[in-house]
Design a protein around this ligand. Structure first.
Ligand SMILES: *Cc1c(COP(=O)(O)O)cnc(C)c1O
Length: 389
């Protein structure tokens, strides 16, 4: 099976991990801060807090911004469930903003309309979480302008987007947000096995996230409520978690980071080939903003179903049967059984519904070979012309 995404591991990666295994610290050693500094520097952000997943990062990001009971958090319905779950963890409510029909990111136009309505009802969101779907940056200037007007905070879910650029600046610099979150799951752009990171330029937010990552405990005497009892002393100041990443993982991340630009180039080359090979078919190709650079985590196409005899479902299963590991990113979150009880009105999300009925993610990852790509494009051509019969 050709997967839709997978990690690329080099001999250097293996050696970096082995070195930690032979060292004194498997966790809470020197490599985690090295990894944090390297990512902060790459992204031009002031602070980086590494954790054991992007899900954890989103959770402590919400908490650090004060999200709690009675608050509302908005995000895109076309995302992984973690983008919404983080608000529920904090006891807040979640609502969704429909997507843009070209980029599939949260629509700024829809956001504005929804904010005007929410303002009238006195129920504005505390935080909005735009998701850079497939690695393509959202319209952050537009979202920031609305945040200045309506007073909400912004967490960028950049799980797909390390290495992406928004108007020539790296995603993660938090120029338009309070916090940006990355994922280092193996299907994402760089990996630590499991892992994530939260970046911010605000020292207070950074400090709160550091505390929450490790049980709410501090060993810094300056932050304690009294003089330490002795050198063993630590204080728990808040109810935190064990969301720490290990040095073993951080070593892999640090080594992977060195190849981040190479990974993005490889993804661009693959996307370019898809653009050429699939150009004359009844398939809508990704619409990428020229001013930005997508990290191309996903290559999402949409079937023009009025010009294809096969249904979306049939098309998908023909590819799977052929050993082509296509996927669908994502099932609208409001359709998940767990979310149904919150009573969302599906009709509100016209673009997300249509998207879900047409979208397919084709394989894209740095080690995908040209021959595998030609093979799968030929099969897609067969499917749309002779209907694969
Ligand atoms: C992968 C992903 C997450 C969760 O990442 P983990 O590191 O697996 O917790 C969150 N949001 C989006 C958009 C993702 O793709």
């Amino acid at each position: 099976m050709i997967p839709y995404g997978r990690q690329s591991i080099s001999q250097e990666d293996i050696e970096a991990v082995t070195q930690v295994l032979k060292s004194d610290y498997l966790t809470q050693g020197p490599v985690v801060p090295q990894f944090e500094d390297a990512v902060a520097q790459y992204c031009d952000a002031k602070h980086a807090i590494a954790v054991n997943s992007a899900t954890s990062a989103l959770h402590i990001a919400c908490l650090a911004l004060g999200v709690g009971k009675g608050d509302v958090v908005w995000t895109s319905p076309i995302s992984f469930v973690a983008s919404a779950n983080c608000a529920l963890y904090c006891g807040a409510e979640v609502d969704f903003v429909d997507i843009d029909s070209n980029t599939y990111n949260l629509s700024v136009e829809q956001l504005q309309i929804k904010l005007e309505q929410a303002d009238k009802r006195g129920k504005l969101p505390k935080v909005v979480i735009p998701v850079h779907l497939a690695g393509q940056p959202c319209d952050m200037e537009g979202i920031r302008a609305l945040s200045n007007r309506y007073g909400f905070k912004i967490i960028e879910d950049a799980s797909h987007a390390i290495g992406a650029k928004y108007k020539n600046f790296p995603v993660g610099n938090c120029k338009y947000s309070e916090i940006t979150v990355f994922s280092f799951h193996p299907v994402k752009i760089i990996t630590t096995g499991e892992g994530g990171m939260a970046l911010t330029n605000c020292p207070d937010i950074a400090e709160r996230m550091q505390l929450l990552r490790s049980h709410g405990i501090t060993r810094d005497a300056d932050k304690m409520t009294k003089q330490p009892d002795g050198q063993w002393y630590y204080q728990q100041l808040d109810l935190g978690f064990n969301y720490r990443i290990t040095d073993i993982q951080a070593a892999l991340g640090l080594s992977q980071l060195e190849r981040l630009d190479i990974f993005i180039e490889a993804r661009q080359k693959i996307a370019q080939r898809y653009n050429e090979m699939l150009s004359d078919l009844p398939i809508t190709l990704p619409c990428l903003h020229q001013q930005n650079q997508s990290a191309l985590h996903l290559y999402i196409v949409r079937l023009q179903l009025d010009k294809i005899t096969l249904s979306h479902k049939e098309f998908f299963s023909r590819l799977r049967e052929k050993g082509i590991g296509v996927n669908l990113h994502y099932i609208p979150i409001y359709l998940q059984p767990y979310y149904e009880k919150f009573g969302y009105h599906q009709d509100e999300f016209v673009n997300a519904n249509t998207y879900y009925s047409e979208a397919i993610s084709l394989p894209i990852y740095p080690d995908l070979t040209e021959s595998a790509q030609i093979y799968l494009c030929e099969f897609i051509k067969d499917l749309v012309s002779n209907q694969g019969k």
